[in-house]
Design a protein around this ligand. Structure first.
Ligand code: ZN
Length: 135
């Protein structure tokens, strides 16, 4: 199945979680995301110098809001839109599938592939879920 935004994320080796495509700047260590750009967002180093890497799709919930009306087609409502700080240090905005779960900032989150219908095509979109805790 195809990814909805293959330039932003990819399937992890276990196929059940997602990881993010970033471009690391060798000059200033800036994590650039999205990775398909002409140069470093911080120091302007040329895009050819940036090192493409995968950043694990796990992190911490920093902020969230429940929207009761769909902001985009295929999103569905109500939905939780969240700001998640990945363990690797990148902030991402994403949909959290947790309508039934009481969310708290600081919770561990995991990016997972979710099937979304776009006309006749089903694409894998990036959503986050509350990470299971392993005591
Ligand atoms: Zn840089």
């Amino acid at each position: 199945m195809q990814l909805k935004n293959p330039t932003l994320y990819g399937l992890s080796e276990d196929q059940r979680t997602l990881r993010f495509a970033v471009a690391v700047c060798p000059t200033c260590d800036q994590l650039n995301f999205p990775a398909d750009l002409y140069g470093c967002l911080n120091c302007g180093a040329s895009g050819d110098l940036l090192q493409r890497r995968w950043l694990a799709g796990d992190g911490v919930l920093r902020n969230f809001v429940t929207v009761h009306k769909a902001l985009r087609p295929n999103q569905g409502a109500p939905a939780v839109v969240a700001e998640i700080e990945l363990t690797g240090g990148l902030m991402v905005d994403a949909i959290v599938d947790a309508i039934e779960t009481p969310l708290r900032t600081g919770m561990r989150m995991q990016a997972v592939p979710v099937q979304e219908k776009h006309g006749d095509t089903t694409l894998l979109a990036c959503h986050f879920i509350v990470q299971e805790t392993h005591p």
